[in-house]
Structures are given as structure tokens and as C-alpha cells.
Design a protein around this ligand. Structure first.
Ligand SMILES: Cc1cc2nc3c(=O)[nH]c(=O)nc-3n(C[C@H](O)[C@H](O)[C@H](O)COP(=O)(O)O)c2cc1C
Ligand code: SF4
Ligand code: SF4
Length: 266
């Protein structure tokens, strides 16, 4: 049994290679807790790495669900650094009394637009199929592997974050960092045709179409960027500098209708 959350398809692509019928976390979150009891020989959870942690919907699901298995594994898909993803997965499982057997980051296209140009990302061969084959083998053999960061790696990470923040602060001329919470990371331009796709792919149900234009309500936006990447006319611009405003991404193995079916909260 595999559960997944996806914004741009990477995690659904991987989830489907592990189980032909993976279960969407945003869809399950519509149910009552009593219906969130699952039992299987193995249970996997596949999701995009958000800053070394799990997206809020994944954490909410794991807190609400009862997962009964001998072998629980978590697969954060990521585009640059898996960072603290194993540490945070273990912390979460420990806090819920779950035994975590395997955490395996899968290196894929990075969809985080402030830092990455999708066009350059697509030029790179990140050897996804080889990573998948190794993951499948490890799950089949019930490998136990949760590799936590060493103290040196944590120190390196802290240094990297501090350097990046200092660089960004210098670029802003010392002004405070912008508040990017609750949908402040992007704006909808006049290019919007009111098609409603953003409303359908948003796992938080944060959109309405008003007078033929998308309106974002803030809500619980977690900056997953599903709306931004999946807009058919690229009507979104980030409120912070972005590497390539013309380039947007959806995993080539995943269709828009599948992202809608996975995420639509209506
Ligand atoms: C809010 C946000 C934070 C992210 N943080 C990281 C990160 O810390 N490290 C990393 O390597 N990739 C990061 N990414 C990139 C995604 O984890 C990666 O592209 C993932 O495969 C996307 O999965 P999806 O297509 O299933 O949504 C981030 C993406 C978003 C939208
Ligand atoms: S997906 Fe794009 S064009 Fe369609 S309603 Fe949303 S912002 Fe407008
Ligand atoms: S508004 Fe966009 S970025 Fe925010 S949760 Fe919804 S789809 Fe994700």
C-alpha cells in the first residue's frame, strides 16, 4: 500500500511505480478519522521534500491515520538536497509511535521556482529509473535504512542556509525578507482565462473563480506550487525573483487530469 501527495507529478510517478493504485493523501483527508485505518505488509509514503521536511498535508495524514504494518517506508522526492528529510521523517514517526524502516530520497526535477530554472533542470539526467530499481529491491528485501545527518553535515547545512540568507538579504539591500506565507509567494496576472485549473489542483481548496478570474483566498496555502506549474496559460508570476518565469513543470509521465484527481478538494 502506498500513499502519496504530489504538486507537479514527481511523487505520483514514483508512487505508481511502487504500487499501481497508490492512494492520494488530499483525497483521504476528506474522510473521517474512523475511515483512516490501514493495514498491509508494507506501507509507503511518497511526497515532495519541502525544506527537509514533509508537506503539511502529509504530516496531517500521518497524525490522523492509523497505519498498521511491519514495514513502513518514506520516500521524499527532491531536486537538490534531501537535507534533513530522514531526520524529520524519523522524528515524526517517533512522535506517533510508528517504527520507520526505510527513508529514501529520490533525486528528480526541482520544481522550486525561486531557486531553479526548469529548463536547466530538464537538461539533467538524474537517473530516476536506476534510483527506482534500487528502491524497489530494497523494499522487496525489507532493508532497514534511515540515514540521519551527521553533526558535520548539519553544520554544513547551517552554513549553507546562513550564506544563502545573507546573499538574499544583500540582494534586497538589507530590507526584511518578504512574507511568503499563505499564498503571498505568487500573483495571478491578467493572462488568467478563468479556466479553474488552479482551483482543481490546489490540495487546500484555496481558489474561487470570480468574474472569470482566479481569486486566491490565502487559506492554508503551503506553497506547493501545484497551481503555478499547472496553469495552462502560465498566468502566475512569483512575488520574489524567479529563475525562469517562462518555464513550468509537470512530470512527463503524469497528466493534468491525474493531478486534479489527486488534489481536488471539492
Ligand atoms: C515549497 C517547496 C520546498 C522545496 N524544498 C526542497 C528542498 O528543501 N530540497 C530539495 O531538494 N527540493 C525541494 N523542493 C523541490 C521538490 O521537493 C521536488 O521538485 C519534488 O520532486 C516535487 O515533487 P512533486 O512533483 O511530487 O510535487 C521544494 C519544492 C517546494 C515547492
Ligand atoms: S489555472 Fe491559470 S488561467 Fe486557469 S483560472 Fe487559474 S490562474 Fe486563471
Ligand atoms: S494555492 Fe497553490 S501553492 Fe498554495 S496550496 Fe494551493 S496549489 Fe499549493
Amino acid at each position: 500500500m502506498v500513499f502519496y501527495f504530489t504538486a507537479t507529478g514527481n511523487s505520483l510517478y514514483i508512487a505508481r511505480q511502487l504500487d499501481p493504485e497508490p492512494l492520494s493523501i488530499p483525497q483521504l483527508l476528506k474522510k473521517d478519522d474512523a475511515e483512516l485505518v490501514f493495514s498491509d505488509e508494507t506501507i509507503g509514503i511518497v511526497y515532495p521534500n519541502f525544506g527537509g521536511s514533509q508537506p503539511p498535508v502529509v504530516r496531517e495524514f500521518m497524525k490522523r491515520a492509523v497505519l498498521k504494518t511491519e514495514y513502513l517506508y518514506m520516500v521524499p522526492t527532491f531536486g537538490f538536497r534531501a537535507g534533513t528529510s530522514a531526520d524529520t521523517a524519523k522524528e515524526l514517526c517517533d512522535s506517533l509511535g510508528l517504527k520507520l524502516s526505510l527513508v529514501r530520497g529520490l533525486f528528480m526535477v526541482d520544481n522550486y521556482l525561486p531557486n531553479f530554472d526548469i529548463a536547466s533542470e530538464l537538461q539533467m539526467d538524474k537517473k530516476v529509473e536506476a534510483q527506482l530499481a534500487a528502491l524497489r529491491e530494497d523494499i522487496a528485501s525489507r532493508k532497514e535504512e534511515v540515514i540521519l545527518m551527521t553533526e558535520e553535515e548539519k553544520e554544513e547545512r547551517r552554513r549553507h542556509i546562513a550564506e544563502r540568507r545573507a546573499k538574499q538579504a544583500a540582494e534586497r539591500g538589507g530590507k526584511p525578507a518578504p512574507d511568503l506565507s499563505h499564498g503571498k509567494m505568487f500573483v495571478i496576472t491578467d493572462v488568467c482565462i478563468g479556466c479553474g485549473t488552479c482551483a482543481k489542483v490546489c490540495p487546500e481548496g484555496d481558489y474561487e473563480i470570480v468574474n472569470g478570474r482566479a481569486q486566491h483566498n490565502g487559506g492554508f496555502c503551503m506553497n506547493c506550487l501545484a497551481c503555478v506549474h499547472n496553469c495552462p496559460v502560465n498566468a502566475f508570476r512569483l512575488a520574489v525573483p524567479e529563475k525562469n518565469p517562462e518555464a513550468r513543470y509537470r512530470n512527463p509521465g503524469v497528466g493534468l487530469s491525474e493531478i486534479i484527481a489527486a488534489n481536488c478538494r471539492r
